[in-house]
Write a protein that binds this ligand. Structure first.
Ligand code: ADP
Length: 670
């Protein structure tokens, strides 16, 4: 076995790998970029080495820097985790050339499976079914268009070098097909540096099932059961489970046999995942791809098989043999994982960011949290927005789901908007409870899962939090000393306009001390309320219930967290009072997310129509087109291709002819 291993990754997976290294008594070496000097994964290893600046291309993706760090620290082996260099054959070769063991399969296997076109051919040769389509190297735009006509709509255009669901396009109409192909190529080139595309029949309402395989250097290939990953958004998994609620033992045996055949077809060594797609009833099992690495969702397999997959990755890489019965005596039962993302479900799931002001991670029977988070950490746009995974095990599926929901309800993360409340809403759906899953389910019901505005009780809590913060602490003897406008009479009650950032503000009138207040909302009836701070929480009694909130504040923003939900609220003077006309759309063009300006379609001074595309902002390989908010002339155009932009940053102003605004002072607010 190895004495020391370098983990070439960051975040939750680096922390998770470090745990097994520590358990096995192996010296763990971590790497970090300048953005991660104080990150949790740095604290989880025995020793950590700086490998470069924040930008991933100059640090975690920099093969020379990572290999040099391993050589310098005397590591014997390198674990790549997932993402970054995990499926990079050049990295595997560079490790070998430097005398380091790469914990993963051979460069040849990585290359074969990393190329969707070659992989499909190899798998067909091994007798495993694939989705009908056309996949040859070097298909021209015209070839692809012809193939679309042959296969029949709908089809899916896929980057051959793709991964993580990025760059795939569903095509439902032949109209504009040439543009669609070009856009898909551009996205593929930007994301993977390779614009080779293939085209497949689009399976309606498919399920995504995958099999965990482990193979040693002596020819043993084991299949450690399947995972169902049909709950996806934009082709990215968000909730995964093991086993699949769909399969009986015969069907399972067929999946596992196919997976072993695929692994053998590429002489696989190490842990890998063979992915399949089926129709909603589980028929028409077709190979999708093989991921030649540890998968994000590997914990659900670990919890039901009892196998530490990282431990066996290490053992196999060190030349040990896999026991034929590995995993067969595992605890069984059921496990479900939910991925916590820094994204805003209410704003079309755009990536978010910020400093973590308060963090509570759940624990309890059957609950596992794989996390790279810690309080005070800055979540920026440099890396993947997946922050942590909450995983629950139970003797049966219903128990695992209940435990997962409970664990999410005990999760609090203030300072960064996440999808935790969305995950809870999704878990509560009947389709999820009964296991009737398909990859389009989330998209179909998404509007029912997001909460358009905070509940009234939360606005009251935010108003009382302000009131409490303004009241002097300790025993209040003379209410006239209270600086925040508190007076005995109704007329002097404190009026506050509170609401989510960028959303509608509600008038909350607070009369009296927070400990014994009366509240009116938008001039409604007066309701008694009481609030206090206790053990770092805000406790609010209002309208017949007592609710506890985690709370934190950055500048004007009040963060409240309860039952897995988080709200960022601001207190504002309403626009109408400030003398502005609220019926006119904001003429300032803002960036919808932190990212990079990909292209700018308009020039300074150009006349634009409302909703005309102005520019494209890209983050996490996701393109977002920014539209003109109103008709008018583009002025103060600050966006330049390649420029980094912050969320809500002013990029331009659209000045309407009727109302010549001074662009500089208008945009100064952004
Ligand atoms: P990636 O390598 O980007 O992860 P995959 O080929 O593994 O791409 O597909 C990812 C997801 O996209 C699948 O889980 C499924 O939801 C969807 N998908 C892929 N191929 C098809 C298809 N032919 N029809 C319908 N959905 C598909």
């Amino acid at each position: 076995m190895f004495e020391s291993v370098l983990i070439a990754n960051r975040g939750e997976i680096a922390v998770r790998i470090a745990r097994t290294l520590t358990d096995l008594g192996i010296h763990s070496i971590g790497v970090y970029s300048d953005a991660d000097q104080d990150a949790r994964h740095v604290g989880a290893v025995d020793r950590a080495v700086r490998i470069g600046p924040a930008s991933a291309t100059e640090s975690y993706l920099n093969i020379d820097a990572v290999v040099a760090a391993a050589v310098r620290t005397g590591a014997q082996a390198v674990h790549p985790g997932y993402g970054f260099l995990a499926e990079n054959a050049d990295f595997a070769r560079a490790c070998a050339a430097a005398g380091l063991v790469f914990i993963g399969p051979s460069p040849a296997a990585i290359e074969l499976m990393g190329d969707k076109i070659r992989a499909k051919h190899a798998v067909v040769a091994a007798g495993v079914g694939v989705v009908p389509g056309r996949s040859e190297a070097g298909l021209s735009d015209q070839d692809l268009i012809d193939a679309v006509r042959e296969i029949g709509l709908p089809v899916l255009l896929k980057p051959s070098a793709g991964g993580g669901g990025k760059g795939m396009r569903r095509v439902t109409t032949i109209e504009g097909i040439a543009d669609t192909v070009r856009a898909a190529r551009r996205e593929a080139r930007a994301a993977f540096g390779d614009d080779t595309l293939l085209v497949e029949r689009y399976i309606e309402r498919p399920r995504h099932l995958e099999v965990q395989v482990l193979a040693d250097q002596h020819g043993t290939v084991l299949a450690l059961g399947e995972r169902e990953c049909s709950l996806q958004r934009r082709h990215q998994k968000i909730i995964e489970e093991a086993p699949s609620p769909l399969l009986d033992s015969d069907a399972r045996a067929d999946f596992l046999a196919d997976a072993v055949a695929v692994a053998k077809a590429c002489a696989y060594v190490g842990a890998g995942t063979v992915e399949f797609i089926t129709d909603i009833e589980g028929r028409g099992r077709s190979f999708l791809e093989m991921n030649t690495r540890l998968q994000v969702e590997h914990p659900v397999t670990e919890l039901v098989s009892g196998v530490d997959l990282v431990e066996w990755q290490l053992r196999v890489a060190a030349g040990q043999r896999l026991p034929a019965d590995l995993g067969s005596t595992g605890p069984g039962g059921h496990a479900v994982e939910a991925r916590v993302y820094a994204e805003d479900p209410d704003r079309g799931f755009l990536p978010t960011g910020g400093r973590i002001l308060d963090l509570v991670e759940p624990a309890g029977p059957g609950v596992r949290v794989d996390s790279g988070l810690q309080s005070g950490a800055e979540i920026g746009g440099d890396y993947d927005p997946m922050l942590a995974k909450v995983i629950a095990w139970g003797p049966d599926r219903a128990t695992a789901l209940r435990r997962l929901d409970g664990a999410l309800s005990r999760t609090a993360l203030l300072g960064v908007t996440t999808n935790v409340a969305f995950l809870r809403a999704l878990l509560s759906r009947d389709e999820v409870r009964t296991g009737l899953l398909d990859t389009g389910l989330v998209e179909r019901v998404v509007d029912e899962l997001v909460e358009p505005r905070p509940p009234e009780a939360v606005l009251v809590a935010a108003a009382l939090e302000r009131q409490l913060a303004a009241e002097p602490s300790g025993n209040v003897v003379d209410p006239w000393d209270i600086p925040d406008g508190w007076r005995m009479g109704e007329s002097s009650a404190r009026r506050r306009w509170i609401g989510p950032i960028g959303g509608d503000q509600v008038e909350v009138t607070v009369q009296g001390l927070a400990s014994a207040a009366r509240i009116r909302i938008d001039g409604g009836p007066s309701i008694p309320a009481a609030a206090r701070f206790e053990h770092g929480e805000l406790v609010v009694a209002y309208d017949g219930t007592v609710q506890r909130y985690r709370h934190a504040r950055t500048g004007e923003v009040c963060w409240l967290g309860s039952a897995g939900r988080t709200w960022a609220l601001v207190e504002r003077t309403p626009l109408a009072e400030a003398g502005q006309d609220t019926s006119v759309a904001d003429p300032i063009v803002r960036s919808p997310m932190p990212g990079t300006v990909l292209s700018v379609a308009v020039a300074e001074g150009e006349e634009v129509r409302p909703n005309q595309p102005l520019l494209i902002v890209e983050a996490m390989k996701m393109e977002h087109t920014v539209l003109a908010p109103v008709a008018g002339q583009v002025r103060d155009l600050r966006a330049r291709p390649g420029a980094q932009v912050a969320v809500d940053e002013a990029l331009a102003v659209v000045v309407t002819a009727a109302e010549p605004t001074d662009p500089v002072s208008t945009s100064a607010a952004g």
